[in-house]
Design a protein around this ligand. Structure first.
Ligand code: M6R
Length: 362
């Protein structure tokens, strides 16, 4: 049942305020303290985390690396499961291995998990399907509460993965004494408000549809972001490739001048994700380098960021929120741009060619 939407993907994008709210309530049942399922996890008993996943879930892991490192001062390694499993990396003592998977059945992720059995001090799973193989073989299952996701392109599972991973990083920071009670209370209260903020971001839908008619003409689209926005840029590029079949790549904006800037001309739209945070000025200076070479910039930022940037080709304005929460919010326009570009191109949004919802073979 598409609930009145044309596609499951559209329905699942629209469900995000509700399901993110459900994830938050599940991990904060009393409204202001974190309670992990099944007795929780002792983050003081580990010195490092290894995060492993595929596809969109891998980008959730890359985002979580910033959170765990910045908030909890816990070193994090992130790997795609297909590389991790055959590289056979050493797993030092006091390492927790955490696997992220919507389906819980992805063959490479499951094999990576099995490789860690008996090596990692504990195995955690952030999954949507709580009865899945990955969940069954883990010491602690952390459900994301997204509900059934039908669209091959993952949307609500991604933002729910991010929500749960942020809560885990905050809990790790609390246990390890790396966050003040005041700051923690402040972030948690903003997190409770996030579903409403995400609801506002869905108001950019009409504009995303409009600009996507223009993106649909492009051969290539680049996505740029720095810090927490880099993995979201990668997710935006993956969504664009998957459902619109337009070649899209993401770069850390600081990497631009190390090569990719050679691609820029007036035919290449460049989506720049830059909330007005501590890294904003750096990203905007990369954006100006793109514009100086004729690149068409679509800037996604908050109103202060859009204003300070001056004239760009197109812009999408999002509400201003704490920089820590921006990945969850900025995922929405990334999804909407891909969704509407695919509609403009007339591709099969829910069942893109060559792709399966769950990759259970290598
Ligand atoms: O079920 P999983 O989360 O383990 O799936 C991982 C990837 O196959 C999945 O995220 C894939 O990249 C999606 N099609 C992305 O939209």
């Amino acid at each position: 049942d598409k609930g009145g939407h044309k596609h499951f993907m559209g329905k699942e994008i629209a469900e995000q305020p509700r399901v993110i709210g459900e994830a938050i309530r599940a991990y904060m049942p009393d409204g202001d303290t974190i309670a992990l399922p099944d007795g929780g996890f002792d983050f003081t008993a580990v010195d490092r985390l290894t995060l492993v996943a595929c596809g969109t879930a891998y980008y959730a892991c890359l985002t979580a690396k910033y959170w765990f490192e910045q908030l909890a001062r816990l070193p994090v390694e992130v790997d795609v499961a297909s590389e991790f499993r055959y590289r056979e990396p050493p797993i030092p003592a006091r390492t927790a291995a955490l696997f992220v998977s919507q389906s819980g059945e992805t063959a490479d992720t499951l094999a990576a998990l099995r490789y860690c059995e008996g090596k990692a001090s504990s195995i955690l799973a952030v999954v949507n399907v709580a009865e899945s193989s990955i969940a069954r073989e883990s010491d602690l299952v952390l459900p994301i509460h997204a509900g059934v996701e039908v669209g091959v392109a993952s949307t609500k599972a991604f933002t729910c993965q991010l929500t749960v991973l942020l809560i885990l990083a905050l809990e790790a920071a609390r246990q390890r004494g790396e966050i003040s009670p005041e700051r923690l209370a402040d972030v948690l209260s903003q997190l409770r408000n996030l579903p409403a903020v995400i609801g506002n971001a869905l108001d950019t839908d009409a504009f995303a549809a409009h600009v996507s008619n223009e993106l649909a003409e492009a051969q290539d689209v680049l996505f740029l972001g720095r810090g927490l926005m880099f993995p979201i840029a990668m997710e935006g590029a993956l969504k664009m490739k998957e459902i619109s079949y337009i070649h899209a790549e993401a770069y850390a904006s600081g990497e631009l001048k190390h090569g990719p800037i050679a691609l820029i001309d007036s035919h290449v739209p460049v989506v720049v994700m830059a909330p007005r945070d501590a890294l904003y000025d750096k990203t905007v200076s990369n954006m100006q380098e793109v514009m100086a070479r004729g690149g068409k910039v679509l800037l996604i930022s908050d109103s202060a960021g859009i204003e300070q940037a001056g004239e760009v080709w197109r812009s999408i304005t999002l509400p201003r929120i704490d920089p820590l929460l921006t990945p969850i919010l900025y995922a929405l326009p990334a999804q909407l741009l891909a969704y509407h570009t695919a509609i403009a191109k007339g591709t099969d949004v829910d069942q893109p060619r060559n792709l399966a919802k769950s990759v259970t073979v290598e």
